[in-house]
Ligand binder design. Structure first.
Ligand SMILES: [Zn+2]
Ligand SMILES: [Zn+2]
Length: 181
């Protein structure tokens, strides 16, 4: 990630933690051109549906809204960095011409920072189940022992049309985020 994108991510994180952030976002949404706003709303709605459907496959817990302040710093900043990387156009994308000016559901993963893909290209995030990467915590970088009490818990978070996948060890994953059963 470039230094300017890193700075943008830190600024966005600071803004997101401000209680006025939601109101500013809504104001920006209202001032956007109607066509773009409709497309963005549709993309966000579709991304939410996909997240809920995927969540039902991997967890007995329903998806829920979280505030930026509820997230651990590594997860909040990782998601923001993925978002900034996509918005800036500086990151790698799949071959389907993803562009912030044409909102659609898009996906990122903390183990492949700077890569954003469409729903057709989720396989680009695949990890071999027995590989070291599949058992590495995205927060602390520790390779888990692959035992029942020391494994990686997968999760997904959505911000706008962007859904970010992550995997974390028990030490790094707050109980408040819940764990798949
Ligand atoms: Zn694609
Ligand atoms: Zn960890």
């Amino acid at each position: 990630m470039t230094t300017s994108n890193q700075q943008a991510a830190l600024l966005l994180e600071r803004a997101m933690l401000d209680p006025r952030f939601a109101a500013v976002c809504e104001r920006a949404r209202e001032t956007a051109p109607v066509g773009f706003r409709d497309q963005a709303d549709a993309a966000i709605s579709e991304a939410t549906d996909l997240l809920q459907q995927a969540g039902q496959l991997i967890s007995d817990e329903a998806s829920r809204l979280v505030t930026p302040g509820e997230l651990p710093g590594w997860l909040r900043l990782g998601i923001i960095q993925a978002f900034v990387s996509w918005i800036s156009g500086g990151g790698e994308t799949c071959r389907h011409n993803l562009h912030p000016g044409h909102p659609q559901p898009i996906f990122a993963a903390l183990w492949r920072p700077d890569l954003t893909v469409c729903g057709f290209c989720l396989h680009l995030f695949s990890l071999a189940p027995d590989s070291e990467a599949a058992h590495t915590c995205d927060a602390c970088g520790r390779v888990c022992a692959r035992t029942a009490d020391d494994g990686i818990t997968p999760g997904m978070l959505q911000i706008g049309p962007l859904t970010v996948q992550y995997g974390a060890c028990d030490d790094c994953l707050p109980a408040t985020l819940g764990r798949p059963c």
